[in-house]
Design a protein around this ligand. Structure first.
Ligand SMILES: Nc1ncnc2c1ncn2[C@@H]1O[C@H](COP(=O)(O)OP(=O)(O)OP(=O)(O)O)[C@@H](O)[C@H]1O
Ligand SMILES: [Mg+2]
Length: 356
């Protein structure tokens, strides 16, 4: 909208209809409208490229384009401009389809007057503005989440490295000193025994350091890849919980480092959920790749997740799974059936292929 009024581009091949609409908008007293008229879609597109518009009134049946394709074509090239479809057809299902594809309104030519048209145009502009703001806010939140996750991963890697290098080295040095004392005072039973028990404590501490580091960021993921990391995690889960966890990894494919960490964290969350909620005795996971995608399936034989639980707004674990694959346009499908378990399928497009 400029100071003189709302700029409306009418794309309509029937001069009679165009004249009628011009009259309607001239009669509408609420706000001034500046109307431009084009008779073909190609001319309308050209006008939009040159000068833009605040709103487009679009007839779907034009000499160079027909039906919803007319809308789709315009919308794909000028997604920022609100479009009100003006049709000769009172076709309810076409109207619903147009609106669900993003049209702001669907008006039937014989059923409108100036007031209605003016109101529809003004609402279309306002609604489009709110939609765009909402989409922007959504994109920002998503980016923030992605950023937070990668900062978190980076932090975990750094902490794991620091603990491993700093504490690991100190513990090794202490171990050597105590071993030296043990040899030096081998004829003193009391000191020798104390040194032995201290050595055992040091070994336990070194083990515990390794465990903490692995939990923060499994080395195996970097060194042996996603398949090995998932197999290791499954084994660890089985030993810790007693829930059988069987993993099949298809030979010979994919997965770069960022995607690997995303899939690995999803797998960890799925296992945590099995332990906390499923009441299952068995988990079966399958990692395969092909046709430019990696697919990770995780199924359990527990009580089965419900539709309600899947769509709860505070199911942050499940939401996190979706967000983890969002940067690559991946998808997470979750389904469950009562007492027949829960199944999670993650599909992640990949570009490069490397060994799992
Ligand atoms: N494998 C499963 N079997 C049965 N129910 C499940 C399973 N996984 C998830 N659920 C249900 O779905 C809900 C949402 O899971 P989600 O992981 O999002 O949240 P949470 O595990 O409760 O909490 P957190 O945010 O710590 O992950 C769970 O509370 C549980 O009721
Ligand atoms: Mg959870």
């Amino acid at each position: 909208m400029n100071n003189n009024g709302i700029r409306v581009l009418l794309i309509e091949d029937n001069p009679g209809d165009a004249r009628l609409i011009r009259e309607m908008l001239t009669d509408a007293k609420s706000v001034p409208f500046i109307l431009e008229w084009r008779g073909r879609l190609s001319e309308g597109l050209q006008k939009l490229t040159q000068d833009g518009a605040d709103v487009v009134l679009l007839d779907l049946e034009l000499p160079d384009s027909q039906g919803l394709d007319t809308y789709a074509n315009l919308h794909s090239q000028f997604s920022g401009v609100p479009i009100v479809v003006l049709s000769g057809l009172p076709d309810e299902s076409l109207a619903v389809k147009a609106v669900s594809d993003g049209a702001q309104d669907y008006l039937v030519k014989g059923q409108i007057d100036g007031k209605l048209l003016a109101r529809s145009i003004r609402y279309a502009i306002e609604r489009k503005k709110s939609e765009d703001e909402l989409r922007d806010a959504n994109t920002k939140l998503r980016n923030l989440y992605i950023n937070l996750q990668s900062a978190r991963e980076e932090e975990r890697t750094n902490i794991a490295r620091e603990i491993h290098d700093e504490l690991g080295q100190i513990m090794t040095a202490i171990k050597m000193d105590i071993a030296w004392l043990k040899v030096k005072y081998c004829d003193n039973k009391e000191i020798s025994e104390k040194a032995s028990s201290t050595l055992n404590l040091i070994d336990a501490t070194i083990k515990s350091i390794k465990k903490i580091c692995t939990e923060l960021r499994p080395d195996i993921l970097e060194h042996l890849g996603l398949g090995a990391a998932i197999q290791w995690q499954a084994e660890e889960f089985q030993n810790r919980t007693g829930i059988m966890c069987e993993v099949t990894v298809q030979e010979g494919t994919v997965v770069g480092s960022d995607r690997s960490i995303a899939l690995f964290r999803i797998f960890q969350e799925a296992l945590t959920n099995v332990l906390r909620h499923a009441n299952a005795t068995q988990v079966i996971a399958n990692l395969k790749a092909g046709n430019g995608k990696v697919i990770l399936e995780i199924s359990d034989n527990g009580k089965g997740i419900t539709e309600e639980e899947i769509s709860k707004p505070d199911s942050f674990g499940l939401l996190g799974m979706q967000e983890r694959v969002y940067p690559w346009k991946g998808s997470v499908n979750i389904s469950g059936s009562t007492d027949r378990g829960t199944r999670i399928e993650v599909v992640l497009p990949v570009e490069e292929t490397r060994s799992l």
